[in-house]
Design a protein around this ligand. Structure first.
Ligand SMILES: Nc1ncnc2c1ncn2[C@@H]1O[C@H](COP(=O)(O)OP(=O)(O)OP(=O)(O)O)[C@@H](O)[C@H]1O
Length: 360
């Protein structure tokens, strides 16, 4: 644990629920908090913000917001944080500019103008400033809400399912803005979601909550490679692979992403060679062969070693963790197939990857 971490040690007892969290997270990038309904995601954010009084410690880098042992509890209004809710809670009697000015009032006078201009630019809302807020789309409202939160110069941005009430098309509009914030601001974000897609796209670090406790936490790709809590992901367990776009094949409109341990081809969506690329490979799109497949239309074939075989949500299926060099893949296969192939831990096999998506 270092002064660059966020330290969250929080215990909150309600009649029928107990939040009990103790973790140190990086104080940079996006930490997604994922878990089923009622697992305590919103409660955790509220405790970080001081909106709810848990017992424990909250430290964001070197700023101590709560330390019960030292008798420290900084009230919410004195904590430099931004809080973005599921529904953008804008002031409808003010236009966009008025809402942003309100946010900026929380910053010191010297920082105010610069913070506001940067937030407007970062969220691409310069054209909306004179608009009444009731004329904005859901996605635009959320961008204004995020800009307003940024204008207050927060040390951390807390986002509680900010895309949950936005339709799928608008989500695709707003996700790149969130990625931009992550890439351009040195501002840690704690992002609550129960969307596996949002986790795949945004998470640097992942905290999985189950019944108020941390079921697993760590770098997103590592947490997603676990097989023991795969049931939480429903139909969508899958691996995240961080690599580099190495090659574009203009003839076939394909691109190759290289990662430690191998490479995968996928359709060329115009990402330049040399760029960082994050891939998501769903377990249901990976099958296993004990010999190198021939005469197959599947072109992504990776030599791997079976690392772990786990039960899946349905008894007919198994989840197999495969090591491909330093990279991990998950494969969902039937128990009968595993039996007839004689699959066992340590066995060399071939992974056949039917489909792979570029998520970043
Ligand atoms: N103000 C409250 N008083 C009493 N119990 C509450 C209160 N708010 C939430 N709870 C309970 O605490 C538990 C955790 O709720 P919380 O809202 O943190 O979960 P969540 O993971 O954010 O859920 P969701 O994904 O449905 O938003 C639930 O059992 C909920 O019913």
């Amino acid at each position: 644990m270092s002064a660059q971490d966020m330290l969250l040690r929080l215990a909150l007892a309600r009649k029928t629920f107990r939040l009990d969290v103790d973790c140190a997270l990086p104080a940079h990038g996006i930490t997604c908090v994922f878990g089923p309904s009622g697992s305590g995601k919103t409660s955790l954010l509220r405790c970080i913000a001081g909106l709810e009084r848990a017992a424990g410690t909250v430290r964001i880098a070197d700023a101590v917001w709560q330390d019960d042992a030292q008798g420290v509890f900084v009230p919410t209004w004195k904590r430099p944080l931004g809080y973005v809710f599921q529904e953008a809670s804008l002031f409808d009697h003010l236009d966009v500019r008025g809402n942003l000015d309100y946010g900026a009032q929380r910053a010191g006078a010297a920082e105010r103008r610069i913070a506001l201009a940067a937030a407007i630019e970062l969220l691409g809302i310069g054209d909306l400033l004179a608009r009444p807020t009731h004329e904005l789309s859901g996605g635009e409202r959320q961008r204004v809400a995020i800009a307003r939160a940024l204008a207050a110069q927060p040390r951390v941005l807390l986002l509680d399912e900010p895309l949950a009430s936005i339709d799928i098309a608008r989500k695709q509009d707003i996700l790149p803005w969130l990625e931009r914030l992550r890439d351009e601001l040195a501002l840690p974000m704690v992002y609550v979601t129960h969307s596996a897609d949002e986790v795949a796209r945004l998470a640097d670090t992942l905290v999985v909550l189950e019944r108020g406790r941390v079921a697993s936490t760590g770098p997103a790709a590592r947490v997603l490679a676990r097989t023991d809590d795969a049931a939480l992901w429903g139909d969508d367990p899958g691996a995240l692979i961080d690599g580099t776009l190495a090659l574009r094949d203009g003839r076939w409109h394909l691109a190759r992403v290289d990662f430690p341990g191998g490479s995968l081809w996928l359709r060329d969506d115009g990402v330049a060679a040399g760029q960082r690329a994050r891939l998501r490979v769903l377990a249901r799109d990976v099958s296993i062969a004990t010999r190198e497949p021939e005469g197959t239309s599947i072109q992504n074939l990776l030599p791997c070693t079976v690392q772990h075989i786990a039960a899946d949500a349905h008894p007919s299926q198994l989840l197999v963790r495969l090591a491909c060099g330093e990279t991990t893949l998950l494969a969902r296969i039937t128990a009968r197939a595993a039996d007839s192939l004689g699959l066992a831990t340590g066995m060399p096999v071939w992974a056949q990857v039917k489909s792979v998506a570029l998520v970043q």
